[in-house]
Write a protein that binds this ligand. Structure first.
Ligand code: SAH
Length: 188
């Protein structure tokens, strides 16, 4: 298979943009898979800030990264408050939108708070850094978030960021797609 699937592609992007010692953000900790992957990339001299609004997600993530306690902060708070917790330059941020599988399907990421989080990450991001969003849109509310987000990222100035949409267009059942934002210069 030559075309990378969506989730492996996200890992490839993270590997290409994150180095040992970096500071990075997981905007939706969920079950902690990306938090762990990021912890391994930044190593013991780096730091991962992981956010989630659900206690179950915070607990699942803490358990998964138990070997990385020093270099991971799991924060029980919405990602719209990232700016209250992170002030240093980051090399990457990742978000998995939608609901937490196996938990309450009515707790979903919301367009306005997602955009606020992206704005905070854009401020913190180093030039050349990436914000990666896995957009799940098959659930109730998912299509609205997708459309608001697409509208928002399409309006970001090209001189400031480049935005990529990575999507398989002939798959059934609303497969997730990826939005990647690469910061090109310091100010808009
Ligand atoms: N849909 C993906 C997983 C998404 S998990 C999949 O199927 O693999 C999304 C996570 O975002 C959930 O754990 C949820 O609790 C969290 N979340 C929702 N709103 C949030 C917010 N404002 N800030 C941080 N996390 C949030």
């Amino acid at each position: 298979m030559k075309l990378e699937r969506v989730l492996p592609y996200v890992k490839t992007l993270l590997k290409s943009s994150v180095s040992p010692g970096d500071i990075v953000i997981d905007g939706t900790a969920g079950n902690g898979h990306d938090t762990l992957f990021l912890a391994e990339l930044v190593g013991s001299n780096g730091h991962v800030y992981a956010f989630d609004v659900q206690q179950t997600a915070v607990e699942a993530t803490l358990l998964r990264v138990s070997e990385w306690q020093e270099s991971v902060s799991v924060i029980h708070s919405g990602h719209e408050l990232i700016a209250n917790y992170v002030s240093k330059e980051i090399s990457a941020a990742v978000f998995n939108l939608g609901y937490l599988p196996g938990a309450d399907h009515s707790i979903i990421t919301q367009p306005q708070t997602t955009i606020k989080a992206i704005e905070s990450c854009l401020d913190l991001l180093t030039v050349g850094g990436l914000i990666i969003l896995v957009v799940y849109h098959g659930h109730e509310g998912g299509a609205t978030e997708r459309d608001v987000l697409l509208n928002y990222v399409s309006s970001l100035p090209q001189s400031f960021v480049h935005v990529l949409k990575y999507e398989f267009v002939n798959q059934q059942n609303h497969p997730p797609f990826v939005l990647v934002i690469e910061k090109m210069k310091y100010k808009r």
